[in-house]
Design a protein around this ligand. Structure first.
Ligand SMILES: C[S@@+](CC[C@H](N)C(=O)[O-])C[C@H]1O[C@@H](n2cnc3c(N)ncnc32)[C@H](O)[C@@H]1O
Length: 303
């Protein structure tokens, strides 16, 4: 990464009001500036609508466009629907971003002139104990964005082999003590709740810190939601539903995701890398919103 050219964000103090919202959009000014420099008519797809923070700013900055917001989580979709109920330019649909071509087809939309993805989970999901994403609150070990399908984190942990658990923790959590943690999980099965899992992790790693807990919980969330497979599926057909000249941006929070986007814009002939190659949040933003800490914005143009 060191050889790449990057730019740290400029901070607009008028964004301070954002910190009053339950989910603060990351690098919102930079995202808006990127899209405002591109087509200002046609369709902008927000493939990870979340609480609609970025979307609301994009709607204000690009009054000539229409917007499609998609989210896999039915709870996020309810928030989006009520937030944009008075805006006829915004359509909200529940589904994975891998289903965007089908959703656009159903709506009779051919191509998008802009696409935005803010990967991972929102603070609203993290802070809801019943979703099971956080080691800070007692809750069922669920972690599914869409609780109508797929296996919960508890089901995965209670069924998988010790080796597979260790591999997930190592690969998706980048945690070196993965084998020791996996062994403790298997010894203490069944694991049913977030705090049971947190206690097992703390008991297995000497001097365990919040960092270890975060890494293991992140790894499980990525595995439960098959996030890397989803991202690969999205990228594999992104060129089929984006128009020539479309601006495309991703905010990533994980090095594997970030590398995938870097290679997409650098090596795939269907895209041109936008300059700067990437942007990270400035210190002021990280102070106001610690979630922004590991974020990286990458931008490309569809050729
Ligand atoms: C970081 S949040 C987005 C926040 C949003 N930009 C905002 O300003 O409020 C990420 C969202 O992506 C959703 N998500 C995760 N994987 C998804 C997928 N495969 N398809 C669609 N949405 C997904 C999550 O449910 C979550 O609401």
């Amino acid at each position: 990464m060191g050889a790449e050219r990057s730019v740290k964000c400029r901070r607009d103090s008028s964004r301070n009001e954002m910190s009053l919202l339950p989910h603060v959009p990351v690098m919102a000014d930079e995202v808006v500036e990127f899209f405002a420099g591109g087509p200002n008519e046609g369709l902008l797809v927000d493939g990870t609508g979340g609480a609609g923070g970025h979307l609301e700013m994009l709607c204000k900055a690009l009054p000539g466009m229409s917007f499609l917001a998609v989210d896999r989580d039915p709870a996020a979709v309810s928030i989006l629907r009520s937030r944009f109920i008075d805006n006829p330019e915004v359509t909200v649909r529940q589904g994975s971003y891998t289903e965007i071509p089908d959703i656009m087809n159903e709506m009779g939309l051919l191509k998008a002139s802009a696409a935005f993805f803010d990967l991972g989970l929102s603070s609203i999901q993290l802070d809801e104990p019943l979703r099971g994403f956080s080691y800070r609150f007692e809750g069922p070990l669920d972690m599914r964005y869409d609780d109508s399908s797929g296996k919960t984190a508890a089901e995965l942990l209670n069924r998988m082999s010790e080796k597979d658990i260790a591999d997930i923790i190592y690969k998706y959590g980048e945690e070196g003590r993965s084998r020791r943690i996996a062994k403790a999980i298997v010894t203490n099965r069944p694991v049913r709740t977030t705090l049971e899992l947190a206690a097992i992790i703390n008991g297995s790693v000497k001097g365990s810190s919040f960092k270890v807990l975060s890494r293991v919980f992140q790894a499980l969330r990525i595995a439960v939601n098959e996030e890397l497979d989803q991202l690969n599926m999205l990228i594999d057909n992104l060129d089929s539903w984006t128009d020539a000249g479309a601006r495309i941006a991703f905010i990533t929070f994980h090095s594997i995701e970030d590398r995938r986007i870097k290679l997409l814009f650098r090596d795939d002939p269907a895209y041109r890398q936008h300059s700067p190659k990437w942007i990270i949040p400035c210190e002021d933003e990280i102070k106001e919103n610690s979630r922004a800490r590991s974020a990286r914005l990458r931008m490309g143009i569809r050729i």
